[in-house]
Design a protein around this ligand. Sequence first.
Ligand code: FAD
Ligand code: UDP
Length: 398
Amino acid sequence: MYDYLIVGAGLFGAVFAQCAKEDGKSVLVIEKRNHIAGNVYTENVNGINVHKYGAHIFHTNDKEVWEYVNRFAEFNDYINSPIANYKGELYNLPFNMNTFHQMWGVNTAEEAQAKIEQSRREAVLGFINRNGSAAGLSDDISDFVPQNLEQQAISLVGPDIYEKLIKGYTEKQWGRPCSELPAFIIKRLPVRFTYDNNYFNAVYQGIPIGGYTRMVEKMLEGVEVRLGVDYLAEKDMYDRLADTVVYTGPIDAYFDYKLGPLEYRSVRFETEILDTEDYQGNAVINYTDSETPWTRIIEHKWFEFGKNENGNPISQTIISKEFSNEWNVGDEPYYPVNDDKNHKLYQRYRELAGNENKELSELAVKCRRVIFGGRLGEYKYYDMDQVIAAALRCYYSN
Ligand code: FAD
Ligand code: UDP
């Protein structure tokens, strides 16, 4: 009998397993895929660490998490500075003085703020007055509260940037009009009135030297891991093996979708090895128009400055185009769609999860409880550092 059966060898599962092992507990990790590391999996191809499930840049303000990951990997000093390509026009991201200069030719923060204020005012008045009002048209925007992503974006950076850098990208990524998406999605992006292309407002940032897979391998050192095992296909048998199950797969799949499936966005990657040293000169280029079918192109070698582990330049390059898709049961789930409808459904699954623990504790032959964790278990748009913090908290509060 193990103390813990951990379902999923992604970051949540690996961190939980690492803590339990260090604490002297017995642990079995099972993983459906034929590799560890979940979505942060990197595979070394011709000296380049390829981010197989999409670009992953580690960034955090949490010192404890930073110190924790540094026990398992040394990080390089990569700073993410993506470029937006709108029909051949190039803009720096996140929205900062470089972007405003490229968009409007302004040079100072004052000029940029005036430009945004003027165009945003008109657009916001349009939102306020669209449905008319008994009291007549308003010209006061001070109390305006954005109701969706479109309104949030326009009131933050004005309609020019919204039209060229946000609308097309967001609608491709989420498969829904911006006017039907929650405002919080865009709040993740910083807006700065300085010349600073660092995409993240984070104290610590970088890429683990040697790739994420090696980092997770180190976390799982000494832990028994079985790959290619689908827990849900043999649930009863696996439940009998441990006191506690830590389940990091999709919560709705655990309950066989009995309340209906939660919605996700899925991503398809087209990866090519090219016989050229440099394809686009940057790790990430976003295609922000609505006609280009992919959302972005990743050129993996630039996460490690174009060099292999021995510090030598690499003569080839590897690129991945990312296509965002609607998700269907059986596809890889990537992004939870955290809108109201899905949030309510998730809450109902949480209630089932609570009952599950009551039921399980009455069945002595089975495990005593199930912990649902991670991006899929908690149906949360977690960054890596948040998932690590959640796993550490979860282990030490149990
Ligand atoms: P996962 O990595 O999904 O791990 C869950 C594991 O459980 C998987 O390996 C799965 O195969 C396994 N599993 C599921 N069901 C079963 C089953 N029935 N039986 C056995 N095993 C099962 N975060 C950042 O901080 N920076 C970034 O730049 C960044 N970029 C991202 C880009 C993309 C395209 C995506 C989708 C996410 C990105 N993230 C980023 C978020 C990051 O990927 C997640 O926070 C993190 O990987 C979540 O870890 P997890 O363990 O919760 O989930
Ligand atoms: N976004 C955008 N244009 C861009 C990049 C991002 O409009 O060029 C929006 C988009 O809605 C996205 C959100 O900002 O979902 C958050 O972007 P981030 O890069 O954090 O997304 P991630 O892929 O990391 O989840």
